[in-house]
Ligand binder design. Structure first.
Ligand code: PYC
Length: 337
């Protein structure tokens, strides 16, 4: 009996050992920023060369889509997860380079993701409280890690491209909203049919936001650079006393943002600034669909350009090793139609 047991243990150990040899191992740190998750790939990611972050993002999108899917999609991730590959920076003085991605593809800028990356760099002991520069495909982004663990992200210049655009949405009628840039293109409007922005209405909100996105595309309504409007933001008055509005943001891959959406908060700030409803340096709270909060403010330069800052907190949730077994039929995620 005892001999048999050892034989069994030995053969399992052999099997595990041979497994260990063929597994590809990728180190990652998971966090969430006011509810919205980020998975930072710390090592084991693809070699993207030493070019600019924009060039490296192209290489990642062109040659490493399996890696993107493996890192954020089921069975290792979910539709809501945003991934971030940490790489050496190309620009001088940057603490790191980063490429964001999700279940729909690669991203330009991601506010909650930048806050998650900042907390991850601190967790890894790579930064201390202070102001740091991050190299991204849309340029260098500065962030400040405060001693109270809040991260302030000086986002890309933001603008309202079109005010009061009317779009006829099948089944919903005419919806009027603003088209604004905050690092992604947003259509910002009140919730159609006055559906309250709360969790028990999420299915309707998701469906309405998809319909609005489709109607915008069908009507040829884009950002002022022709960019696709792939984020839909519904707003209503805040429920928290320390916020000015509450939002629901549908992301490109079909998941809603659990945080108040960093780039969406900046797009909204650009609209408020354009309407003269928010003064430079005035702080404003944005409440997410799940009740968490970002704070934002802006400055305006001599050319009238709005420079928003968004601040929020992130928490580390896991230090993990993703394993890829070549025999796994779902190694690159669950196939999608
Ligand atoms: O925080 O900017 C953001 C963001 C975009 C998509 C998900 N989060």
């Amino acid at each position: 009996m005892i001999a048999n047991h050892f034989k069994f243990v030995a053969s399992r150990a052999d099997a595990l050992l041979s497994y260990t040899r063929i597994m590809q191992r990728i180190q990652a740190i998971d966090s969430h920023t006011e509810g919205e998750p980020t998975r930072v790939i710390v090592s084991g990611g693809p070699n993207l060369g030493r070019g600019s972050l924009r060039e490296r993002r192209e290489i990642f999108a062109r040659d490493h889509d399996d890696f993107r899917r493996m890192a954020v999609e089921e069975p290792r991730g979910s539709d809501v997860l945003v991934g971030a590959i940490l790489v050496d920076p190309h620009e001088e003085d940057c603490v790191a380079g980063v490429i964001f991605f999700n279940n729909a593809g690669v991203l330009g800028m991601c506010g909650h993701g930048t806050i998650g990356v900042a907390r991850t760099l601190a967790h890894l002991g790579k930064i201390k409280a202070g102001t740091h520069r991050l190299d991204t495909p849309v340029g260098v982004v500065e962030f400040t890690l405060r001693s109270d663990d809040v991260v302030e992200v000086a986002n890309v210049p933001s603008r309202r491209a079109h005010a009061g655009i009317a779009v006829n949405v099948p089944g919903l009628g005419v919806i009027i909203g603003d088209v604004a840039w905050g690092g992604n293109w947003f259509f910002i409007a009140p919730s159609p049919q006055k559906i309250p922005l709360q969790l028990d209405r999420v299915a309707e909100l998701n469906a309405h936001a998809w319909s609005v996105r489709g109607a915008l595309a069908a009507a040829g309504i884009t950002g002022d650079d022709g960019g696709e409007i792939d984020h839909i933001e519904f707003t209503e008055p805040a429920r928290r006393a320390d916020c000015a509005w509450r939002n629901f943001v549908l992301c490109p891959g079909g998941a809603y943002d659990r945080s108040p959406c960093g780039t969406g908060t900046c797009a909204k700030i650009a609209c408020l600034a354009a309407d003269g409803k928010l003064a430079p340096s005035e702080r404003v709270g944005a409440e997410s669909f799940i009740g968490t909060r970002f704070e934002g403010w802006h400055s305006i330069d001599s050319r009238g350009v709005v420079h928003p800052t968004v601040a929020g907190r992130a928490w580390i949730t896991a230090e993990i090793e993703l394993l890829i077994d070549p025999s796994d039929p779902c190694a690159a995620g669950i196939p999608k139609q």
